[in-house]
Write a protein that binds this ligand. Sequence first.
Ligand code: ME8
Length: 509
Amino acid sequence: MRYYVTTPIYYVNGEPHLGHAYTTIAADILARFHRQKGDDVFFLTGTDEHGTKIAQAAEARGLTPREHVDEMAPKFKDLARRLDATNDFFIRTTDAEHEAFVQGFVEKLKAAGDIEKRTYGGLYCTACEGFWYERDLAPDGTCPDHGIKPTWLEEENYYFLLSRYQDRLAGFFRANPGWVRPQSRYNEALSFIEQGLEDISISRRSITWGVPVPWDPEQVIYVWVDALINYLSALEYARPGETLRDRWPGTHLLAKDILKFHAVIWPALLMSAGYEVPAGEFIHGYLLMGGEKMSKTRGNVLDPFAVMDTYGIDALRFYLFREVTFGQDGVISMEGFEQRYTNELANELGNLVSRTVSMIAKYRGGEIPRPAAPDAETLATVAAEGEAMVAGAAAHLDDVEITAALETVWDFVRRLNRLVEEEAPWKLAKDEAQAGRLDAVLHGLAAGLRVVALALHPVIPGSAAEILRRLGQPHADADLRLETAVWDALVPAAVEVAPPLFPRIERTG
Ligand code: ME8
C-alpha cells in the first residue's frame, strides 16, 4: 500500500511555533505507523514563502523577501528535524522546480477554460491571505481568526471560475461522506459549498513577490494557489531523476483555519487541471493556551524548542496527543505538561521499565527468563490483552485517532503496573517453590513492555527504541514492523540496567 501524507506548508513570516510542531508531529506519527505496517510512505512538509504577508515581514526587517525567506526557511526545516520528524522531503515554494510546476498547473486551468480576467473588490485579511465575505466577519468587522480589520482590495485580476465547480463539488462531497474528517468539518465545508461559491481571484497585480502568471508576467499567482500546488509539485522533484507522481492522491493534515482552501478550492483546482482530488483530509483543532488559539499574529506562543531542551522531544510529542483529542481544540499548559510527564511518562511507563529491568537483573542474573510455568493463567490473559492492545491501537491509527490509540496503549501500561503489584515479584523471589511463577511474571513484563514499545513507536520513537534496547530486543527500523508485535516474539536476551527513561526535572522557572 502507498501512503502519502502532508502537513500544511508553513508561512515564514515569523518564527516556527508549537502549532506548526503539532501538525508536523501528527503527520510523523501517521508516517511512522504506516511504515510499521509495511506501507510505502511518502511524508511531505515545507514552507510557504510568497505573498504579501511574507513581503511585509521582510520589509519590516529591512530585508529583501529573498533574504528573509532564506533566513527563515532553515528554522522550519530545523524544527522538523528536532521534532524527530521523518519527512521524506522539505518543500519550499521558492524552489525553482515548484515555481515552474505552478506555472504549468495554472496553464492547465486556463486551457480548461476556467480562467477569466475581471475586476474585483473585497475585504482582504493579510494575515489569512484571503478575502472575507462581510457576513462571516466578527460583529466588530474584524477577521474572526486574527482579530484584525480586513482592508478593501480592488484589482483587475485573473479569476478561477470556482462557481462552475459547485455542483461537482457538492456531488463529490455527498458521495464521499468520510472524505473530510471529523464529521463537523465535513459538514462545515459542504455547507460552505451549498451556500454558493463565488469565483476567486488567483492573481495579484499589486505585489511582485510571487510566481509570475505565465501569460501575463505583470501579475503574480495568488499565494494560496501557489501554496496548495506544493502537494503535487514536490512529487516531481523530491527524488532527483524519479517522479513520485503515482503517490498522488495524498492525505492532508491541517487545522480548521485553512479548511476552505483545502476542502473547497483545492479539489476544484484539481478537477479543473485534470487531477484526482486528495485521498482524504483530516482537520485537527487548535492548541489553546489560556483560552486563545496560539498564533504568531496574536503573539501568545509557547516555544517548542525550550520544552524540548528541558524534557526531550518524546515528552512533547506524547503530551500534545495524550492531552488534546486529535480533531478537537484543547487547552495545553506547562502545568498540564509537567503533570503528565511525571505521572504517566516518569511513573507509569519509566518506572515500569526500570522495575522490570532491575528485577530481571536482580532475580535472574540479567537474562529474561523463558516462561515455563504451567500455572500462569493470569499471564496468558495479559498476553491476549497485550496483543489486543496492539490491534486496537493500530485500528485507531488507521482512523487517524491518535489520542484514542494512546489511550488504548496506556490502559495496557496500567495493566502491566497492576500485574507487578498483584504478583509482587519481590515476594515470589523469596520462595523457591514460586520460581516458575516468577519466571512467567518477569517474562510477561518484558514481553508486555516490548509490545508497548512497538505500539508507542509512532508517538515516542526514541523512547520506544530505548525500551527495546534495554530489554535486549532488536530495534532497527525493520524490527519495528507491526506484525512482530506478538507476545512470543520476545527474544530471550540480556537486559541493561540504566538511568530513568524520563528523569525527574527540577523546575528552574
Ligand atoms: O496557513 N493549533 O500557514 P501557517 C494547532 N501557509 N495547529 C496550528 C496552530 C494552533 N494553535 N497554529 C498553527 C498557512 N497550526 C499556509 C498553509 S498549505 C498549502 C498553506 C498549524 O503558518 C495548523 O496545521 O499559518 C494550521 O493549519 C497551520 O499550522 C497554519 O500554518
